[in-house]
Design a protein around this ligand. Structure first.
Ligand SMILES: [Zn+2]
Length: 191
């Protein structure tokens, strides 16, 4: 289902992991983001005004009928989200993947690792590392515009949820990239 553009199946899968899921803005072909801001920095990948309103599966089904194709906004309650510039993220993936499958989300510019909740600060070893943590933070997940899974948060054959690693495991690899990270500008929100 990794290339499925239908948010209904994805929202069900995220909710099955116990994650709070909200419906956000969406990007319309040639018309931009439904937030109406022509300079929107995260077209089709951010919550509606007032912040994410997390829905039950029934509410989501209903909301998708009136607003098909909306982005999926997930609160960082069951994981911390650690975002780095994409090349730095690829380095981490190559060195981690030998032993574990760590959920990793990509955009054109960034890589985001989902780690055990409350441990992401151990990965924040440099100002170029962005951290989303706690009940009020959120990330836009696939099929939101411009986002896709490198590693989804479940085993693709058995659908078994993946164990999350401690942020320290990401942090220790990023330590080796300090020089590189010095040269990258700080990445902002996940997009
Ligand atoms: Zn927007």
């Amino acid at each position: 289902m990794n290339n499925d553009p239908d948010p209904a199946a994805w929202s069900r899968a995220y909710m099955a992991l116990g994650w709070p899921v909200a419906l956000g803005h969406r990007r319309r072909p040639r018309q931009g983001c439904t937030c109406g801001d022509p300079r929107c920095e995260q077209p089709g990948a951010h919550p509606v005004d007032g912040g994410p309103e997390y829905l039950t599966p029934e509410q989501m089904t209903q909301a998708l009928q009136t607003s098909p194709g909306g982005s999926l906004i997930v609160g960082t309650r069951q994981f911390d989200a650690v975002t780095v510039e994409r090349y730095a993220g690829m380095y981490v993936m190559v060195h981690l993947e030998l032993s574990r499958h760590v959920p990793c989300l990509l955009t054109h510019e960034t890589a985001t690792f989902l780690v055990h909740p409350g441990t992401g600060s151990s990965a924040r070893v440099h100002p170029a590392v962005d951290l989303k943590t706690g009940p009020d933070a959120w990330v836009a997940l696939p099929p939101s515009y411009g986002t896709y899974w490198d590693n989804p948060p479940w085993d693709e054959r058995s659908a078994t949820p993946r164990d999350l690693v401690h942020g320290e495991q990401i942090g220790s690899l990023l330590e080796g990239l300090r020089g590189y990270l010095d040269d990258t500008r700080r990445v902002g929100a996940v997009r």
